[in-house]
Design a protein around this ligand. Structure first.
Ligand code: MRU
Length: 358
């Protein structure tokens, strides 16, 4: 087992789980494809490596994808020489990263921030320009942790003592720069001394709930129970769930949102049974350019994720497979959206992107 706790990293807040961090021209990433079996940290020096890590889900979760993308752009900048056309090369790096995972808008958001930082500092000599880009990526990472903590603080009043919270996929420390969004709310309740339980849906086919959510909550001493995805309706109908809290990969202006495939079914079952359904996400997940969720791009992943389990075949190898990685839940099923700016209630209007006017 190779597990490196970042030596002497300046964190704004102490954290138990470090999904990614940067130091001296290297991006360190905890490999989430191997969890919980092995804790292995990978090192990336160039854009291409980080693009591979995002595509293959070594790093995953919308905010973490955004932070990794920012560092990829900084690593790209560090690779440039005096003779290079900075603007052109940065646009090339952007192109390579853009297509890695199409649904999480945080990726595009981070690219915009980095391209903007590159442009406004373009008058600087190469070394100083590179330092500015590393500084911007560090800021994006730190801001992400701060946003997650604020989401936790805003969400705390929604979680009563002795609540059982059902969550889907992994919207935790591993899916962000640290602390988490949906699990940030859970962590805030746990830190406030509330006795809460989490029901984690396993999240077929990539098993983020089974492998990642249960791992990170157990590490933090939160009472977590693993259930199969097809058990969610059962527990919701029996009155065993106080509320559902999930993350999001993209939230349209009207509050429709994309999240891990299967979220929509959980939202329907929650509504049918009168259970509050909350979405927790930073404002970097808002996409004001989309009036509703109909045109959110949905990533389709390889069928291998369905026909194999840990490398072993579990279906005929030539069976036809569909594997959309996300679905869109209409805003009408959402009780509230928790961002770092506060708790937003329907009717949602995120057309100003930062969601500040609600
Ligand atoms: O395919 P993944 O694992 O990247 O999907 C992750 C999710 O769907 C999360 O719920 C979402 O990104 C929010 S993470 C804070």
């Amino acid at each position: 087992m190779i597990f490196v706790t970042p030596p002497g990293m300046p964190y704004s807040q102490p954290m138990a789980i470090h999904p990614l961090w940067y130091r001296d021209g290297v991006l360190y990433v905890l490999d989430q494809t191997l969890l919980p079996r092995k804790e292995v940290v990978r090192e990336y020096h160039h854009v291409e490596g980080v693009a591979y890590a995002i595509r293959t889900m070594i790093i995953r979760g919308a905010p973490a994808i955004g932070v990794a993308t920012a560092y990829a752009m900084a690593l790209g900048a560090l690779d440039l020489h005096e003779r290079d056309n900075r603007e052109q090369r940065m646009a090339e790096f952007r192109g390579r990263l853009e297509s890695t995972r199409p649904t999480a808008v945080n990726l595009r958001w981070a690219l915009d921030r980095m391209m903007n930082a590159a442009a406004i500092n373009s008058h600087l000599p190469l070394k100083e320009w590179q330092q500015q880009l590393v500084a911007e990526a560090n800021r994006i990472r730190e801001e992400d942790i701060a946003m997650c903590r604020a989401i936790g603080a805003h969400g705390l009043p929604l979680i009563p003592d002795k609540a059982t919270v059902l969550t889907y996929c992994n919207a935790g420390a591993l899916a962000t720069a640290g602390y988490g969004t949906a699990l940030g709310v859970v962590r805030a309740a746990h830190e406030a001394g509330r006795q809460i339980r989490v029901y984690a849906c396993e999240t077929r086919p990539f098993l983020q709930g089974a492998r990642l959510t249960s791992w990170e909550l157990m590490k933090d001493g939160v009472d977590v129970t693993l259930i199969c995805d097809n058990m969610a309706g059962h527990f919701l109908s029996r009155g065993e769930i106080t509320c559902v809290v999930v993350g999001a990969d993209r939230i349209a202006a009207n509050g429709d949102f994309a999240n891990k495939i299967g979220t929509y079914g959980v939202a329907l079952a929650a509504r049918e049974n009168g259970v509050p359904f909350y979405v927790a996400a930073p404002t970097s997940t808002l996409d004001a350019s989309l009036p509703d969720g109909k045109t959110i791009p949905i990533e389709e992943r390889s069928g291998h994720e369905l026909i194999q389990f840990a490398g072993d075949p579990i279906a005929p190898q030539d069976v036809k497979v569909r594997n959309p990685a996300f679905d869109v839940t209409p805003a009408r099923y959402v009780t509230a959206i928790i961002t770092e700016t506060g708790v937003h209630h329907p009717p949602f209007d995120f057309s100003s992107r930062r969601g500040e006017e609600e």
